[in-house]
Ligand binder design. Structure first.
Ligand code: ATP
Ligand code: MG
Length: 166
């Protein structure tokens, strides 16, 4: 695992990682889980098969060991109750209109829940500025993942804890 961290313009903080194998992705998911607070949004970006669901699953399972955590590609949202808050895991790949988003109830989710969003760009202007962006890149057939973590707003200070992850 190779990590590099730097401060960006404004109040965001940027960490770049290389995850050499799936267990390293799982470890990063667990570390992000430890930093979560009610009202958080974590965006999971990257191409098909980049590892967004794998990371989200690891995050949920860190808080709910043994939970199944299916991909929300077809259900759009899966909700997990981890006691301190509910986690809404969503995949917006197929969402075309912002009105569809409103129906999913994300405003309510962000009041006291945590939103894990695959394809967060689909939220457009509804995407909160205060968030953690996880951007995963993979070359065809490779096992390692290049990951950019951008902590914005309240996540700027928290993302520093991930600089040494996993
Ligand atoms: N280092 C790694 N991190 C994450 N996944 C990995 C890694 N190495 C191999 N994989 C494999 O890559 C695949 C990632 O699939 P996953 O469903 O997590 O991607 P995704 O980004 O959610 O895709 P989609 O856009 O289709 O939802 C899995 O089959 C996983 O086992
Ligand atoms: Mg997925």
């Amino acid at each position: 695992m190779i990590a590099r961290a730097m401060v960006m313009a404004g109040d965001s903080f940027f960490v770049q990682l290389v995850l050499k194998s799936e267990p390293e992705t799982v470890a990063l998911g667990a570390q992000i889980a430890e930093l979560l607070r009610p009202g958080d949004l974590v965006g999971l970006a990257g191409n098909l098969g980049a590892g967004k669901t794998t990371l989200a699953r690891a995050l949920v399972r860190h808080l709910l060991p043994g939970e199944e955590v299916p991909s929300p590609t077809f259900t759009l949202v899966q909700i997990y109750d981890v006691r301190q808050f509910k986690i809404w895991h969503t995949d917006l790949y197929r969402v075309k209109a912002r009105s569809e988003l409103r129906e999913l109830g994300f405003e309510e989710a962000l009041e006291d829940g945590v939103l894990l969003v695959e394809w967060p760009d689909r939220m457009g202007e509804d995407l909160p500025e205060d968030r953690l962006d996880v951007i995963m890149e993979v070359d065809d057939g490779a096992e390692d993942r290049r990951v950019k973590l951008i902590g914005r707003g309240s996540w700027a200070s928290r993302v520093k804890f991930l600089a040494g992850a996993p």
